[in-house]
Design a protein around this ligand. Structure first.
Ligand SMILES: [Ca+2]
Ligand SMILES: [Ca+2]
Length: 388
């Protein structure tokens, strides 16, 4: 794994080490500006979306350890219609709680029904499930991507009972994507790990150019639903329906099996890798799509979170957090050229960019094309000065 610090001159390493030793308390208590603070699309001028409801993230607060995005759950882009869906999106008065320091779980938590994370525009997203199972046995769980797809709008979202507008898959309207660029952060799961669009750096150390991040799940080679993906033999009263035109392969999530190494992503749909926002690497999720762009299971986050789930976001009444750690409002914007995140684009950032020159992706890859070259330098120079 590439370590940016190792590329610094020895004298600079000593200086950084001395500074860190002098200021451990300050560093721990600072309301640091992490990607979880800067990634959001904020409502800056009373913008409204569906039914005149406030759009995007309406208030963004952060403390030493957490980020609190507030929203109605409504994007700025146009949504609907939702054929056959009787629900209407409504203001949810969301206040979510995103940790700045996510940690990998030793015992992963299953992603629950309902909200499992939030997009950068304040719209929450769900996992693959639709809350229904075959004969209500809680064994063969319906894949919402099959059973509910006709009610998705062009942005791949639809409203749940109670008016919670949400996608189950890569939401096409939230961020532009290109197979020639590392995708943007599109949201955060409630374990605090970011979720990207479909494209990342080919190699986990940021080298190798841009590549589609592939799922390690595939449909099982079955015609009868008599066993579970882990091989468990079911009794006859637990069988699912035979694979058919009515119940095609993929219409239940148990139709999929995880094959380690099939793609870049693990069972959580995550990978540890360098990204433009995390030059030292992070666990992160990628939206999974096929080579032709069709959404692929598990779509966003796998059946279990990669990290420790932050409480307060999920389950009944979840997503209405009252912060008690004195958060402050963040009014700034993302500032990609500010590589060292001190809110100023200056010689310190330039020095880092030059040490990364031609070395592949990472924080110096400001235009996200998989290498650090003149295009990135030009963006940095045009952004010179204080971040907005
Ligand atoms: Ca800077
Ligand atoms: Ca570049």
């Amino acid at each position: 794994m590439r370590n940016t610090n190792s590329r610094l001159l020895p004298a600079a390493q000593v200086a950084l080490g001395s500074l860190a030793a002098l200021l451990p308390l300050a560093a721990a208590q600072a309301q640091s500006i992490t990607p979880a603070v800067t990634a959001w699309i904020k409502n800056t001028g009373g913008q409204t979306g569906y039914n005149g409801l406030p759009a995007n993230v309406t208030l963004l607060r952060h403390s030493a350890n957490f980020v609190y995005p507030s929203s109605a759950g409504i994007p700025l882009y146009s949504i609907g219609p939702w054929p056959g869906n009787p629900n209407t999106p409504a203001n949810q008065s969301w206040v979510f709680k995103i940790t700045k320091t996510p940690v990998v779980a030793t015992t992963p938590t299953a992603t629950p029904l309902g909200v499992i994370g939030v997009l950068i525009n304040g719209v929450p997203f769900f996992n693959a499930l639709d809350a229904m199972s075959y004969n209500n046995l809680n064994i063969w769980h319906r894949n919402a991507m099959y059973w509910e797809a006709t009610s998705f709008d062009a942005c791949k979202g639809h409203p749940a009972p109670g008016g919670v507008y949400h996608p189950h898959q890569f939401p096409a309207c939230v961020a532009a994507t290109s197979a020639q660029q590392h995708s943007a952060i599109i949201g955060f799961a409630f374990d605090g790990f970011p979720i990207y669009g479909p494209y990342g750096y080919a190699n986990a150390d940021g080298t190798g150019g841009i590549a589609r991040m592939r799922t390690s799940y595939r449909t099982r080679a079955i015609t009868q639903r008599t066993t579970l993906p882990d091989g468990t033999q079911l009794s006859a009263n637990q069988y699912g329906p035979a694979v058919s035109a009515t119940y095609p392969l993929g219409s239940f999530v148990e139709d999929y099996e995880y094959v380690a190494g099939l793609g870049e992503l693990d069972a959580a749909n995550a990978r540890f890798c360098v990204t433009p926002e995390y030059p030292n690497g992070t666990w992160c999720y990628f939206s999974t799509v096929s080579a032709k762009g069709a959404t692929e299971y598990p779509y966003l986050v796998g059946p279990r979170y990669k990290g420790v789930l932050v409480t307060g976001n999920t389950g009944p009444g979840g997503g209405h957090v009252s912060p008690t750690d004195a958060p402050v409002t963040f009014t700034g914007s993302a500032c990609a050229a500010d590589i060292n995140r001190d809110r100023t684009v200056d010689g310190g950032d330039l020095a880092t960019l030059l040490t990364e020159w031609a070395g592949g992706g990472g924080a110096g890859d400001i235009d996200r094309d998989g290498d650090v070259t003149g295009g990135d330098l030009a963006i940095m120079l045009s952004a010179w000065g204080t971040c907005p």
